[in-house]
Design a protein around this ligand. Structure first.
Ligand SMILES: [Zn+2]
Length: 301
């Protein structure tokens, strides 16, 4: 997703009642550090909590090309609040021989992120992280790369993202200072080839110009970190063709969701989705003219 600092500033004004009609109504949720360990074959993975964003169902974010009542119907049918949608911000951690790999870095201090506390709860310090694989450069995924003092949080890690995304990140007002702080750690790639043993970035352009997912493979096991291919585990999955305000290219984002969900429903592989209900691990299955998300955390093997 994509919530600028300016939107949070606008939110503060909203609470003060100074601009009651123009204010942004998205707000940060309160999140406690939490970790869920799971296995992919012999590989150890952890889902880590960082933050949460609460988004009003007012037609400004979800289903921009849909009837607002239809969006409400999807939420009502699932038995959840029809007034607002809570989007967790979670991060994936993977241990490989010689590597401790984060997939995205959470929101950081601007988003009240607790990723560092979640890592500390399993005894991992930031300096132990060897690689950070970035899906895209929105603040809820890269904000945690820099600490509150403007220093690189994971100073010993290689930070990898697609060449397209790195070019995009350096041109955005929101991330220019961050890009400068981490530039010596950056290593870019072209999607489609493995960048670490068993880890292949997959081009999922649309949400941003260089947005990627990461496929993790171990023997017959597969898990795809879908990044921000989808935001709501209900709306974005049931109605993949509905456009969302957070997508840079809304039409391309919608096409990408439909195409990838068709593939994932056919392969039945596991996914990790940073904005789905914690721990965000499960499978996509066909449902009506769309799909559904079935949470499933592989048990210890
Ligand atoms: Zn996001």
């Amino acid at each position: 997703m994509h919530l600028r600092l300016t939107a949070i500033a606008a939110l503060a004004l909203c609470i003060a009642g100074e601009v009651p009609l123009a204010c942004a109504q998205q707000r940060l949720g309160q999140v406690q550090p939490q970790v869920k360990h799971f296995k992919l074959g012999a590989l150890d993975l952890w889902a880590l909590r960082d933050s949460a964003l609460i988004v009003p169902n007012d037609g400004s974010v979800f289903g921009l090309n849909a009837d607002r009542a239809a969006v409400t119907n999807v939420l009502r049918a699932a038995g959840v609040s029809t007034h607002e949608v809570t989007l967790p911000v979670d991060v994936l951690l993977l241990r490989l021989p010689g590597h401790l790999i984060l997939f995205d870095a959470g929101w950081g201090s601007e988003g009240h992120g607790v990723l560092r506390q979640s890592l500390a709860s399993i005894g991992i310090s930031p300096d132990e992280i060897t690689d950070i694989l970035i899906t895209h450069s929105h603040s809820d995924h890269v904000g945690g790369l820099m600490d509150a003092h403007g220093r690189s949080t994971f100073a010993k890690a290689r930070i990898r993202m697609s060449a397209n995304e790195w070019a995009f990140m350096q041109t955005q007002d929101e991330t220019r200072a961050l890009a400068s702080a981490i530039k010596t750690q950056i290593q870019t790639f072209e999607p489609g080839q493995p960048i670490l043993p068993g880890i292949t970035p997959l081009a999922l352009y649309g949400h941003t110009p260089g947005h990627v997912g990461y496929e993790i493979a171990w023997r017959r096991w597969r898990l795809l970190d879908i990044g921000d291919l989808a935001h709501s585990s209900l709306i974005s999955v049931a109605k993949p063709d509905w456009t969302i305000d957070y997508d840079n290219d809304k039409a391309q984002g919608a096409r990408q969701r439909r195409q990838q969900f068709q593939r994932l429903a056919a392969t039945h592989e596991l996914i990790f989705a940073p904005h789905f209900p914690f721990p965000g691990v499960g499978r996509i299955t066909p449902a009506g003219d769309g799909f559904s998300f079935r949470p499933e955390v592989p048990s210890e093997q």
